[in-house]
Design a protein around this ligand. Sequence first.
Ligand code: SAM
Length: 469
Amino acid sequence: MQYGTIIIKNSICNVKRALTEYFSSVVESGNVFVLIRNEYDCNYDIGNDFFDVIEYGEENGFAYVNTIVVPTKDKIEAELPDNVLYIVWFVKDRKRQFFNKDAIRESHIWKDVEWGKREKNYNPKGKDPGNVWIPTKDDGKGKITEHILMELPDIVQRLFVATHRSGCKTLFISDISEDKTICNEDMQFACIQKEKRQYSKHRQPVYAVDKSELDCKEKLFAKIIWGTSENMSEIADETVDLVVTSPPYWDLKDYFKKGQIGQESYPEYLDRMYKVWSECYAKLSQNGSMWVNINIRVKNSKPILLPKDFIRQCKKIGFYYKSVLIWHKSSGIPTHDKNIVDRHEYILVFSKSPKLALNDKIYSFSDYKNKTVNGGLFWNINRKAGSVGKHFIHPAIYPNDLVTRIVEITTDKRQNVLDPFLGSGTTLIASVLAERNCYGYEYNEGFRNLISDRIQNEIGLMPYCNIKI
Ligand SMILES: C[S@@+](CC[C@H](N)C(=O)[O-])C[C@H]1O[C@@H](n2cnc3c(N)ncnc32)[C@H](O)[C@@H]1O
């Protein structure tokens, strides 16, 4: 039997088996959707993740298209409660792929924001669907009144309508026989039961040490070191409490200086990144953690799994791989006809000790008008339009709010933050405003004026802070 679409919901191990077993059962224009959760071991470290599935699918003849993320009702009890369902989307042959985007378009409640008044950019059938599936209700005037949690039947139905055509059946393989009721007459069902997993008792997270008794009259400092972060000998070992950064992608953006990381061959790039992560590890205190903002890079239609390579490197260095946060951005650049819009990036979370030190502010963010969605791994943070100003030239700035959150949940006032790729200075600004010290490495001194301008505009006069740029 050949299928137009296969939807597999199962453990990562069973998913891999099914991908191999069913490869020849997918028609050439067919789609495969894999529904998985990241899997944690008994120490609450991530053992298997969705990046593994992408890598496995690609190695076994499928072509990767995108990863859709959907919040779930239940949260896996890890150090950061995990409420992410990943839908990894493959096709058999990219050129022949069938995909009916019109069937899953979303209403244009944001049209004035996203498109201005330019009618020509505006598809009357609805806006391009994104890869974060949290439907909304609105007041008819562009204001969201509720975020909706999709249940499994809605998700399967959405995948079905976007890929169904007459004469082709959809196969739904689930780990639970009761899911058969989700199928319609154009679908077939198979059940592969999950292998039993043994978890030890839930371990409470360690909270960051309360340093409120520290002498707060001590001056704050922020120091920029102009040079490569492959060697950070200017900082004493074990004196940094948090590393937060967005590294240069390989072969994507030019930061205008010869010798920068990102312009060499991929193996050389990885060697250099390994040095940076090793230095970060050495500088971190035992309670310290590292948060890395990154995404999968697609080049010539092929995914380059930067996150997976960083995870491998960091584990080899000795880091514990704790979590993957979803940075959900409401804006996104429309893609081609056979794909959906990217509206998220990842933040990989590593700790130096087996336990991740966090304080309970982690539970205080409420980005969504739905209590069940809040308190998990979805953070909806938008870049403020124009917040950094037109005359600033840096091609890849992340939002202050994203860094502020990370700083506030992992450190106390007067503790030390490090960004090995400071860029336009976001980490420094967010850290100083939150009364943390900050070290930043930046290779291109050409960003000095940009950072000074930002300090002036966003921090202003801070007599209690000694900023060395
Ligand atoms: C993605 S950007 C960081 C942007 C930053 N998060 C912000 O909000 O402005 C990466 C930065 O790494 C810098 N960079 C590249 N190679 C470097 C190296 N060897 N050492 C330190 N910085 C480097 C680039 O110049 C660029 O500014």
